[in-house]
Design a binder for this molecule. Structure first.
Ligand SMILES: [Zn+2]
Length: 105
């Protein structure tokens, strides 16, 4: 669904293939298809923020607000390509069911 990650080409982290190489399903069925994936990404980031906050509460209770915010920003940036891919994959999986056969649509 996505191009291979190449850290020398940061744009490759967000590039998608046009079609599935097995069943030719389009990965962009209509313009703006992945708008709703934003909400999945939002949920993932909220879970990340809560995890970072709980981690600090448990392992370093004397943390300051600036440390908390710095850790949240750094972890959100590092995980951005992963959350992007997970949320888009989840979004398309909601509407286009998986088919094990190689039938073309
Ligand atoms: Zn396919």
């Amino acid at each position: 669904m996505f191009q291979k990650m190449d850290l020398k080409k940061p744009a490759s982290l967000f590039e998608m293939k046009q079609r599935c190489e097995y069943c030719q399903q389009s990965f962009e069925p209509e313009p703006g298809y992945y708008f709703g994936a934003m909400f999945i990404s939002y949920a993932l980031n909220t879970a990340l923020f809560i995890a970072v906050w709980l981690g600090l509460e448990i392992f370093y209770p004397e943390y300051s607000l600036s440390l908390l915010l710095t850790l949240i920003v750094i972890s959100a940036i590092l995980l951005l390509p992963f959350f992007f891919r997970i949320s888009r994959s989840a979004w398309i999986a909601i509407f286009i069911p998986y088919q094990a056969s190689k039938e073309t649509r």
